[in-house]
Design a protein. Structure first.
Length: 426
């Protein structure tokens, strides 16, 4: 074994990493008698140990105080969503008034499209990436049809132009230049879910706005993964979930960003009581007066039990800081790449861009020999307690989450692949 593949090297890297202690803040699933090497934070993040206390606090308050729990300290339910406002704004690089935790991702996307996709006969089109996550495509296609336009001509899907199925900024610029006169909206991912490619949000906003289009982002795979600067980037809106890198549980309450320039917008929206101004909400008047900022898009009172895990997770992000987490992520993902290129390049093809600034925690991998061999390796890994994530047609996603994964986890993955390859060759 080379030094790079040694236990001593992996342990030394972890010992020298100041954020490695955060692993102890999470419940790590077990496989047989050992902890699992878990690389599915881009699908469902692990449970922070602080979640149980946060949820039990709500349950105890409900049992003890019933309806009065809305008003009594600590953590009354009426302003409960405000407890996550500032730490969430720090994670996504926004003003506190620009973010809100509410609903689920696709619900929030539809709510944003109601306000920000305002097609006309001259500008009916939406630009998105080919192979977008199906939920996004379904939402966009349904909105185009709802407004009486044809997805065949007005849903413009930009095909990859790079060898591994990724999209260059030059291709995005060309597409906006070609279709800009027809674009009502650009919806783009912060990180593309299958390839793991990260995008320059500010550059896309500049290009889109120069063409006269509204620009929004799906940040499901970017929030909690990359340092984001949504306010400075100038995005009109963004939506995301909190069950991936934000570790807030299956089906967690999602998030939404609306730039402050739209804080008092008169754009149409689907209104609900909880989006009404707080100072007049309980006068129960018939006229809707939206709360300025992102909170004005709320519909109903928030699920307190659903927000409690997000509180626990955000406490960890506040303590760690997104920039230090990004630096740890670069070390972990760079180590994974180095192991693959040194010993496994005849077995694994890295789809994700090599440049660190064009990727987050995820490396998407194709197995030499096609889909059947890819599935065989994926199942071998899972059988040995190394859990990645499969995405059709032929991609294994390995995502070292900087809050809880270690260099030792990554070395275990690499060794498991090497063992499978050896067995296949005998």
């Amino acid at each position: 074994m080379t030094e790079l593949f040694s236990d001593d090297d992996a342990r030394a890297r972890d010992a020298a990493d100041p954020l490695s202690t955060f692993r102890g803040e999470f419940h790590i699933p077990r496989h047989e008698s050992a902890e699992m090497a878990y690389f599915c934070g881009n699908s469902l993040g692990l449970q922070p140990k602080g979640v149980r206390a946060m949820v039990e606090e709500v349950l105890d308050k409900w049992a003890r105080e019933a309806v009065e729990g809305h008003f009594l300290e600590p953590a009354p339910w009426m302003p409960y969503h405000a407890l996550v406002r500032e730490p969430l704004a720090q994670v996504v690089g926004a003003l506190p008034s620009e973010v809100v935790a509410m609903n689920t991702l696709t619900v929030n996307l539809h709510l944003m499209l109601v306000s920000f996709y305002r097609p006309t006969r001259e500008r009916p089109a939406i630009l998105l990436e080919a192979g977008a996550f199906p939920s996004d495509r379904h939402a966009l296609e349904s909105q185009v049809r709802f407004h009486g336009f044809d997805p065949a001509t007005d849903l413009i899907e930009l095909e990859p132009d790079e060898p591994e199925g990724t999209v260059s900024m030059a291709a995005i610029e060309r597409a906006i230049g070609e279709h800009g006169h027809r674009l009502a909206l650009i919806l783009w991912p912060g990180v593309q879910y299958r390839t793991g490619q990260a995008f320059d949000l500010a550059a896309i906003v500049r290009l889109g706005h120069a063409a006269g289009a509204v620009v929004g982002f799906d940040l499901a795979h970017a929030v909690g993964n990359l340092p984001l600067r949504l306010h400075d980037a100038g995005a009109d809106f963004a939506v995301w979930c909190h069950y991936k890198y934000m570790n807030s549980g299956p089906g967690a309450v999602a998030g939404c960003f609306v730039h402050e320039r739209h804080a008092n917008t008169e754009r149409p929206r689907f209104a609900g009581w909880w989006g009404h101004r707080q100072d007049t909400r309980f006068r129960m008047g018939p006229r809707f007066e939206p709360t300025p900022g992102a909170e004005g898009w709320q519909l109903s009172n928030p699920p307190i039990l659903g927000l409690a895990p997000l509180r626990a997770s955000l406490e960890l992000f506040t303590r760690a800081g997104m920039e230090p987490l990004r630096q740890r992520s670069l070390r972990l993902t760079g180590y994974l790449e180095a192991l693959i290129r040194e010993r496994l390049s005849d077995t694994l093809q890295i789809v994700t861009p090599r440049e660190p600034e064009r990727r987050g925690a995820q490396l998407s991998l194709r197995v030499a020999g096609g889909r059947e061999r890819g599935r065989a390796l994926f199942e071998h890994l899972a059988a040995h307690g190394v859990l990645g994530d499969w995405r059709e047609p032929d991609v294994i996603r390995i995502s070292p989450a900087p809050l809880y994964n270690t260099h030792a986890d990554i070395l275990r993955f690499a060794r498991c692949v090497a063992e499978w390859r050896r067995d296949q060759n005998h």
